[in-house]
Design a protein around this ligand. Structure first.
Ligand SMILES: [Zn+2]
Length: 304
């Protein structure tokens, strides 16, 4: 996690400045509004910065409390193939191998990048997570961008699942851009606000997480964010396209998977269900409507 300074005008879209955002999802203490101009979902009111600092400073955010992760380390272990895919994605955009990972949590992506040959620095604002990352990486992890050595510049700055949490996403991305070498890229990921359930079934769409997710970006609004931060968007793609298994079927699978022969048969059926559902969705629906994630790369142009 990381946190930037607030910069939005109350009552206006924090991205494009448009007023009159329509209430989309009323919640007990908050509501999500949607901007008719840029399609951004944004939380109203913005939580007090001090409350957000406390929220993310709580070590339990990463292990089962505060609405964060049930078990961040288990998720990170399972995400290694995803880390490798992201590193390969980055390598198609830059030739240099200096990388800054912002919001590094316990440092697993930064470590994987280093193992893949990148020279890596990391940033994490949560003190407890930062200490964990420093132990894993056996190197200093900064609390803020400003805390980095003044002359440190990078070919790639990554911020995975961060921009939806910061109060001033334009200022945040712009601060990352100051650390790019000419031609370097900022890469971000965030939940896909263009998912059909965000629009049609917001009460059950899992990414409306107040007060954690201050924004949900669609592909156009994410590209707009990067451009407004002074970068040239190079790629926006939808991720996590696998069709989710129906919940009742998932529970049934968990009950019988421990039975050897039956478990094998269920595994085959499960793969078949996934494949057929994925194929159907790929043909019938646009990726924007069912992918859960967005990733974008934007480049710094010009400058010395
Ligand atoms: Zn807007």
């Amino acid at each position: 996690m990381t946190q930037s300074e607030p910069g939005a005008r109350p009552g206006h879209c924090p991205l494009c400045g448009g007023g009159g955002g329509e209430t989309h999802l009323p919640l007990p203490e908050y509501r999500y509004r949607t901007c008719r101009s840029c399609r951004l979902y944004y939380l109203d009111p913005v939580p007090a910065p001090a409350s957000l600092v406390r929220l993310y400073a709580d070590p339990r955010y990463f292990c089962g409390a505060g609405g964060g992760y049930d078990d961040y380390d288990a998720d990170a272990e399972a995400a290694i193939p995803e880390y490798d895919r992201r590193l390969a994605y980055l390598a198609t955009h830059v030739t240099g191998r200096r990388l800054l990972d912002v919001g590094c949590a316990h440092g697993q992506f930064a470590l994987r990048a280093r193992q893949a040959g990148w020279q890596v620095d990391a940033i994490e604002t949560s003190p407890s997570a930062r200490r964990r990352a420093e132990r894993l990486l056996a190197s200093r992890v900064s609390a803020t961008v400003r805390g980095l050595p003044a002359k440190a510049r990078y070919d790639a700055v990554t911020a995975w699942e961060v921009v939806e949490h910061v109060t001033d996403p334009i200022g945040f991305v712009a601060s990352l851009a100051t650390r790019l070498r000419p031609g370097g890229v900022v890469a971000v990921s965030t939940p896909n606000g263009g998912h059909r359930d965000a629009r049609l079934h917001p009460d059950r769409f899992p990414e409306f997480q107040a007060p954690l997710h201050l924004f949900l970006f669609t592909a156009p609004s994410l590209a707009s964010l990067l451009a407004r931060a002074g970068l040239l968007p190079a790629s926006v793609q939808f991720t996590s396209p696998e069709a989710p298994m129906p919940e009742a079927l998932w529970h049934a699978v968990q009950r019988v998977r421990g039975i050897p022969l039956l478990g094998s048969a269920v595994g085959a059926v499960r793969r078949a269900v996934w494949l057929s559902a994925s194929a159907t969705r790929s043909f019938v629906q646009r990726r924007e409507s069912y992918c859960l994630g967005l990733e974008a790369v934007a480049r710094r142009t010009g400058g010395a």
